[in-house]
Structures are given as structure tokens and as C-alpha cells.
Design a protein around this ligand. Structure first.
Ligand SMILES: Cc1ncc(COP(=O)(O)O)c(C=O)c1O
Length: 346
């Protein structure tokens, strides 16, 4: 699939996708209502669909993944609590310190291997106010990210996810999954989404990444949790009115863009193998489980990015010697070949 209005090969992120013609048609014809008043049937359909797919009671449509995580953190914690998350997680690195500013929480960071924490390390990181003579904050929420963005698009093994949720619950903590790319994990591991998230109290799903919708995320959990989340969405200014127009894009994506992500994964693998074989570049193939390729380079990454851009290939530098490529629904086999040729010519 391409349907991209440019002949550049944009591998910066899976967030760069534009709605396809078919998606735009479904958006244009979507029945809408005032979702703040609870009568947008398309939003309700999207929420119900995702709750069912994830085996949870209820769901809430929100503008972004960042807001979805922020609402989850706010709804699971009280000011003065502590959240536990992995050192490179999006919640810690890329959400503006929202856990502190919006929820009044501190953070206990757990070092991960390619973004994946162990249950033992999570257990060590949970501190409780009770029994500490008031010294410790109250660890009340454990967050995992699946797939892990900075880990390289890596997927949590199911037994690790289950064990981390158990550690959280045994310590009176809630368990939240930042599943911005959960469906990449579904496709990569061949596991049913409801099974992956079974033991998690809340899950945040992004529609605007590999799924290819232009905007929107959905927070999923129990009815009680979503009732609380609904109130926080209001306070965070995330209530949207005729949001069915964008929810329709999400429904279209769930119908047509999940299985096709397997192609993104195959293309990422092809890029990784070809570039990893070239002098001056290194790729740890064991990290390439979904749609991301992290490339170490001996050169200055920003120089490499500039040379690629001159050849029509857009990539991101995520460190002085680190380049990231992400495949998505506008990237074709021909684009992969063009990219490999561009790297070979550097
Ligand atoms: C793992 C992860 N979580 C959350 C987000 C936040 O999503 P948004 O950009 O919609 O706020 C991102 C965005 O890239 C992400 O990669």
C-alpha cells in the first residue's frame, strides 16, 4: 500500500501516515453526535469494539497516547504516590514529566534489556509508604510498554507480562500497559490481544501509529476505572464533540490495518539485515521483532540523516550515533530497496 502524497520514503515514524482514500470515505460518512453528551454512535462503537477485543469491560476515546497514559496514571494514583516504569519508557522519556505535573507522582525507574523489565527488578523498585516511617512515597502503579519503542519495537514475552502484573498486584499496585503499538505485538507474536493484556488493569492503544489512523487513542479497562478516567479526560480537556469523524478512522483501521502490519515487520527485517551487513553500520537483529530498526553508525548520525534526506529518504537520529527507521502502511518493497541503495551509497 502507498497512497502517500509524496515520493519521499518517510521512515521517521509510523505516526507519519496519512488516511487512505478508503479511510477518508469511512470518516466522511460516519454518523456523529456530541460525544461529551455521550451520543456519538461511532465513538461508542469504537470504544465497544476495542473493549471487546481486549477482553475488558469498557473503553474511552481520547485525543492522544500521551493523554491516554496521563489519564491512566492520574486515575490509578494519588498525589505523593510513585509510579514504576522502565528507564527508556515513553511515559518517562517523552511525556513532558506529566506523571509529576499532572498526577503529583514520583517515578522509580527500572533498567530494562531492550526496554523489557524483569518481574524481579519491578519487585525491587516498588516502595511502600506503609512501614517506612513515612520515608517512602507510595508505589501504586506499574507501567509496561508493549511493544517497547526505545527498546527497538521489542515484544514482552507473555510470561514476563503475566509475572510483572502479578508482582504489581501482590504489592497493591495497579498494572497499566502503554500499548501504543499493542497490535504490532499481537501480529509479531501471534497472540490474541485479550490474552496479552489479560492481567492488566488498563491498556492504552494508539490508533495513529501502525494502525494508520490520523489521530486518537483508546484507554481500556474496567467500568469503574473508565468512569474515573472519563472524569479525568474532562478535566484534562480531552472531551471531544463530533469525534465520530475520527473514531471512524479507528474503526476502519481495526478492520483493515491489523493483519497487514505483518508486511511492515517483514520489511523492517529486510532493512535490518541489509543495512546491518554494510560496513560502518550495525544492527542488533535480535531487537527487530516488529516495525522498527535501530542502527548504530560509526559516523555522526545527523550527517547520515542529511545524506539520506538528499536521496529522498527521511529517517530520525536518536542519539549522536543512532538512527531509527520505522516501517508503516505507506512503505512499499520498492521503498525498502531505495532505502538500502541509499545506505549503500553513503
Ligand atoms: C510507546 C508510546 N507511547 C505513547 C506515545 C504517545 O502517543 P501520542 O504521540 O499520540 O501522544 C508514543 C508516541 O510515539 C509511543 O511511542
Amino acid at each position: 500500500m502507498r497512497e502517500h502524497p509524496s515520493d519521499r520514503v518517510d521512515l521517521r515514524s509510523d505516526t507519519v501516515t496519512q488516511p487512505t482514500e478508503a479511510m477518508r470515505k469511512s470518516m466522511a460518512s460516519a454518523p456523529v453526535g456530541d460525544d461529551v453528551l455521550g451520543d456519538d454512535q461511532t465513538v461508542i462503537k469504537l470504544q465497544d469494539r476495542l473493549a471487546e477485543m481486549l477482553g475488558k469491560e469498557s473503553a474511552l476515546f481520547v485525543p492522544s497516547g500521551t493523554m491516554s497514559n496521563a489519564i491512566a496514571i492520574r486515575a490509578h494514583t494519588n498525589p505523593g504516590d510513585e509510579i514504576v516504569t522502565e528507564t527508556t519508557s515513553h511515559i518517562y522519556v517523552y511525556e513532558g514529566g506529566g506523571y509529576a505535573a499532572l498526577s503529583g507522582c514520583s517515578v522509580a525507574l527500572v533498567p530494562g534489556e531492550l526496554g523489557i523489565m524483569t518481574p524481579e527488578d519491578v519487585s525491587k523498585a516498588i516502595r511502600k509508604g506503609d512501614g517506612s516511617l513515612g520515608h517512602f512515597p507510595n508505589g501504586s502503579l506499574v507501567c509496561v510498554e508493549n511493544t517497547s519503542n526505545r527498546g527497538g519495537g521489542t515484544c514482552y514475552p507473555q510470561e514476563t507480562l503475566d509475572a510483572i502484573a502479578k508482582v504489581a498486584h501482590d504489592n497493591d499496585c495497579a498494572a497499566h500497559m502503554d500499548g501504543a503499538r499493542l497490535f504490532n505485538a499481537v501480529v509479531a507474536t501471534g497472540t490474541d490481544p485479550a490474552r496479552i493484556v489479560r492481567d492488566y488493569d488498563s491498556v492504552s492503544i494508539c490508533l495513529s501509529k501502525g494502525l494508520g489512523a490520523p489521530v486518537g487513542s483508546v484507554l481500556v479497562g474496567s467500568s469503574n476505572f473508565i468512569a474515573l478516567a472519563h472524569r479525568w479526560r474532562k478535566m484534562f480537556g480531552g472531551g471531544m464533540r463530533q469525534a465520530g469523524v475520527i473514531a471512524a478512522a479507528g474503526l476502519h483501521a481495526l478492520d483493515f490495518h491489523i493483519e497487514r502490519m505483518a508486511e511492515d515487520h517483514i520489511r523492517a527485517r529486510k532493512l535490518a539485515e541489509a543495512i546491518g551487513d554494510m560496513d560502518g553500520f550495525e544492527v542488533d537483529l535480535s531487537t527487530v521483532e516488529s516495525n522498527m530498526v535501530y542502527i548504530s553508525t560509526e559516523s555522526i548520525a545527523s550527517d547520515v540523516i542529511q545524506s539520506l534526506a538528499d536521496n529522498g529518504i527521511d529517517a530520525l537520529d536518536l542519539g549522536p550515533n543512532m538512527i531509527r527507521l520505522v516501517t508503516h502502511l505507506h512503505i512499499t518493497d520498492e521503498d525498502i530497496n531505495r532505502t538500502i541503495t541509499a545506505f549503500a551509497s553513503l
